[in-house]
Design a protein around this ligand. Sequence first.
Ligand SMILES: [Zn+2]
Length: 372
Amino acid sequence: MKIFILKYVLFIILILVLLKCNIIADSRYLYNKNYFIQNTDEINFGRLSIVSFKYTVSNCNSQNDCAHNLFDGNRNTEWIGIKESDIESVTIDFGSKRLLNNVRWDISPNSAVVNEIQIQVLHRNEWKTLSSVMSPALQGIAEIVSTDASIIKINFIKSEGENLSIRQLSILLNESNLTGISPRLTSYSLPTFGAVIPEDDYYLPGAPRKYRNGFHKGLDFNSYIGADQIEQKMKLTTPILAIGSGEIVRVDNDYIPMSLNEYNDITQYNQTHPVTYVDKDFGGRQIWIDHKNGIMSSYNHLSSIVKNIKIGTKIARGEIIGYAGNSGLISEIKSSKDQIHLHLELWIDGEYLGNDMKPIQIRKFLQYFFTE
Ligand SMILES: [Zn+2]
């Protein structure tokens, strides 16, 4: 009996040690945590949506292989339907009638052979087949000439025993993809190696603040997953990477920190007055990159900037531009190493990402935006 209790206690201690060391990794620390619901969800990014819609799929192999992968513009991610079925379907509900005239698919070479694709619309309470493609090519397009419908179902008919695997699915009106997001809003990379998108909505853009006109405009990266797979706080030596290629439009090479008096004065003033313009702001040492197509990124609180970066310098995606820090924050003035993080702002058509978006929308959007 004593040995049993001793073993039990040792087991508990072992688990506690493993948890402390982060050896049993909690999935919430992974930056690519999936914010989409399993089989059914909505794509609605407010002003950043082409068209908002709801979708449902018949099955998912797992949450990571589920339906949003159909619409993310990323051919490396797939929707995988289960083996035990000879038909899988995707239903798209636009909420109101849409003009559409073709459906495009991209079937993975790993997929079960698809014998037929059926395109249906809900007519009264029955599915009416508008088009049926027998033995479809892996990548193909079916015309559904001059259709106006609000709910469309696409059936993939296959043989049992193998997983269906679809990379992309689009419903189009001519060349415009009604079920995607604009390609200009995808294919950016994360701003540090192993970047962790924070769990707490407080660090997202659009989160309420008592300063900066009442809203946090950036996305705060406080930690990263190191090469040893352990999550660590950002350090002064953490490289900051350009999220996409572009041109430098601001670089604070001559940055001078605020004095404590200046800091207190600005902080106090902002408590009771709207912020209209700041010549010295809490963003500290900054770099801004213009990625063109209406998209800019701004990197705040840097401790240093890579040599030879000037206004007009062309930058490649993933290039190191500076190092994390706490410039512009009280800890810099107090010469402490607290508060080291990257505040990254994403500006789209002159508005910051997160303006008028809910945290869940922002998190989903970021899964499209950052595809590595
Ligand atoms: Zn911030």
